[in-house]
Design a protein around this ligand. Structure first.
Ligand SMILES: Cc1ncc(COP(=O)(O)O)c(C=O)c1O
Length: 393
């Protein structure tokens, strides 16, 4: 995907100064119904109230002991204790989930080698470019289901070409489709990784939207990680930008897990070195924001706000999908999340046609991605019909 999403979003903002019917569905930022960004006053207040010493000094490069413990607890939730009993774990703060992804490619990838990704995906090619790596694709869907056969056969193929394979899985709330693996699909995927015993697998599990899935237990899949054998090293890429709706702060973490202690030690020292030699350290304010909301009394209030956001995002997506189904507007299989993709024949031309009608969305392989997280309910009302009519679908 060669388009610049940030530029499309800027164009939409400019257009909205001239026209009052602009629909900006270009970017994955949550906006509340009154169009306030991030949607959680409690987060803005916490940022503003942090004392100087939690904002200005250099932080520890990996985020420090408290941050590491907090971010691991945050991501593993109530399963932390059980997972810690079975696996070694460490973490390094990163500037957003992006920092965790970029450093994983840099630490574990080799120029000219392949990264294993799905054919429909977020912009991993940008990170691959920087690491001078190529992409090796599997099909994401077969009909309305995750294409497990393609995942397996293509992985086996790649495992015969190179010893170390970085396997990128973006779940839950896959960007751009909103697909979320079921527990049993995730378990099968773990089994497939375990079968590649002659390889060195780095399982980069991009959980940027972990806190936004509508699963009944959005941490349950973590309980399958301890089943991974010694040849698989897991890196969880956490995005505080998404969880806290604080996109510009650059908060994230790479969490490394393995049943092999030496691999986890190696992970930590290499990510710290990577950080020191590139972005240096993650902003202190971001690290302290996560520490602040990890205190039980603060987390409780945060989760109330998060629930409000999740309920709204769910309502928006349900409304869009329902309307789309009623008029036969096709989308990729959707389960939960910030986005959906409307299937169109010529995405590169179609997104420009939509722009002529003040609808800003992003062209993707096979369709147009709409960031439903950023639209108010009244903007979603009638949007599928407009898209169908404009694109003559
Ligand atoms: C799938 C996916 N992973 C990771 C990220 C990285 O987010 P950030 O670097 O803002 O934390 C994003 C952001 O859009 C994303 O969509």
């Amino acid at each position: 995907m060669s388009v610049d999403i940030l530029k499309i979003s800027k164009d939409a903002i400019e257009a909205s100064k001239k026209y009052d019917d602009v629909i900006n569905a270009s970017i994955g930022m949550f906006y509340d119904e009154d169009k306030t960004i991030g949607g959680m006053p409690i987060v803005f207040q916490a940022i503003r109230r942090l004392p100087d010493e939690k904002v200005l000094p250099y932080p520890a490069v990996d985020g420090g002991k408290a941050f590491k413990e907090n971010v691991i607890s945050w991501v593993l939730g109530k399963y932390e204790k059980d997972i810690r009993e079975k696996m070694y774990i460490n973490a390094c703060a990163t500037p957003g989930g992006s920092g965790a992804i970029a450093s994983t490619f840099s630490v574990y990838g080799k120029p000219n080698e392949y990264l294993f990704v799905s054919d429909i995906r977020w912009q991993y090619e940008r990170f691959a470019d920087r690491a001078k790596m190529n992409l090796f694709e599997h099909k994401l869907f077969k009909g309305d289901q995750f294409d497990m056969e393609s995942f397996k056969s293509r992985l086996v193929e790649l495992c015969q070409i190179q010893k170390r394979v970085i396997v990128v899985v973006n779940d839950p709330c896959h960007n751009p489709t909103g697909f979320t693996l079921s527990e049993s699909e995730f378990k099968t995927l773990i089994d497939i990784l375990n079968e590649q015993v002659n390889n060195d697998i780095i399982f980069l599990y991009d959980v940027a939207y972990l806190d936004f899935s509508h699963e009944s237990d959005n941490r349950i899949k973590m309980t399958y990680l301890p089943l991974l054998k010694k040849h698989v090293f897991t890196v969880l890429a956490f995005s505080g930008s998404k969880t806290f709706g604080a996109y510009g702060l650059r908060l994230g973490a790479a969490i490394g897990l393995s049943i092999d202690e030496a691999k986890v030690k190696d992970f930590h020292s290499r990510y710290v070195n990577e950080a020191r030699g590139s972005w240096s350290a993650t902003p202190t304010v971001s690290i302290e924001l996560l520490n602040h909301f990890s205190l039980p009394e603060n987390k409780k209030d945060f989760l109330i706000g998060l629930d409000h956001i999740n309920t709204l995002v769910q309502k928006r997506s349900a409304s869009f999908i329902k309307q789309a189904k009623e008029i036969g507007l096709k989308t990729h299989p959707f389960r939960s999340g910030f986005y959906t993709v409307v299937l169109t024949p010529n995405p590169d031309e179609d997104y420009l046609k939509l722009q002529e009608h003040h609808i800003y969305a992003v062209p993707m392989n096979g369709g147009i991605r709409l960031a439903l997280c950023s639209l108010a309910m009244h903007e979603i009302d009638g949007l599928p019909v407009k898209i169908k009519t404009i694109l003559n679908l």
